[in-house]
Design a protein around this ligand. Sequence first.
Ligand SMILES: *Cc1c(COP(=O)(O)O)cnc(C)c1O
Length: 301
Amino acid sequence: MEKLELSGHSLARKLAIQSPSPEQRCDVNWANPNNSQLWVKRDDLLHPIISGNKWRKLKYALAMALSQSTTHIISFGGGYSNHLHALGYCCYQLGIQFTAIVRGNYQQNLTPMLQDLVQWQSDIQYVDKATYQRRNDADYLSSLEQRYPQAQIIAEGGSQHSALQGVAEIISELQQEYDYILLPVASGGTLAGLIQSTNSSQLIGIAVLKGKGYLESLVQQLLNGDQQCQWQILHDFHHGGYAKSSTELSDFCRNFSHFPIESVYSGKLLFAAKQLLAQGYFAANSKVLLIHTGGLQTNRD
Ligand SMILES: *Cc1c(COP(=O)(O)O)cnc(C)c1O
C-alpha cells in the first residue's frame, strides 16, 4: 500500500498535478433562508488538461500500470468523454499505448475531444451501440484480453475499485469539516470513493442522468458494503438526461460568473445547490461543500 502511494505521488509530479486543489468560499448571492455557508473544492484546477475527478479515479490505476510496466491501456467512452480525454493525455505523457473504444461513428466528424486523442496518438476504435453495451460483460472483456494480451483494461469513467483510494484524497485534503458534501454523479465512482472515506459529512449526489435505482446500485457495487456515512442521490436535477439541458440550466450556466462551469456536470451541480439553498434543504447555519469535478474541455464546441 505504501509503495503504491509513493508511486502515485511520483506520478502526480511527473504529470504536474497541482494538489491539493483550492478549497474556496463560494460567495454567491442566492436566496438562502437557512443561512448555509457554501464552499467549493476546485478539482477543476488540478490540471489544465486532466479533468479533476478523472485524475482522482485514475491515479492508482496508472500508478499500478507504471509499477507493472504496462505498455498498453484500453478504455471506453463517448465522443465527448472527459475520461477518455484525461486517460489519453496521461498515456501519451507516460509513453503508454492507449486504445479508446468509442461509442458512435465519429470518423467523418471528429469532436474536439477526439481530435485531441488523435494528436496524442491514441488508437481509436468506433463501435456501435450494441457492442458498446457489452463493455462490462465478461465474454466481451475476455475477447479483448485475448486480442490484446499485454493490455490493462480500465472501466468506463475509470469507475473501478482502484478508483476509490484516489478519490479519498479529496477528503484527506480538506482544511475543515462540512455538514454536507455535494457532487455530480454519472457512473458512481467518485461518490463511492467519498462515501468510503467520509464519516462526518452527509453526502449528496446530484444525478446528471436519468438513473433512479441504477445509480444507487452502481455505487453499492463499488462499495462492497463498506460505508461509513449517510448518503443519497437526488434525481430531480438532470434536466432531461445525460448531456441534455433546459432553458433554465443554459441561462444559469451562461450567467454564472464566479468560476468556470459547464452544463453536463458542474452546471447541474451548481443549479441544484441554488435550488436546495432556496428551499431551505440544509440544516440552519450548516457548511456545505460542492466538489467541482472539472470537465471544462467539453465547453469547446
Ligand atoms: C465523469 C465526471 C463526473 C461523474 O463522475 P462519476 O464518478 O462517473 O460519477 C462528474 N464530473 C465530471 C466533470 C466528470 O467528467
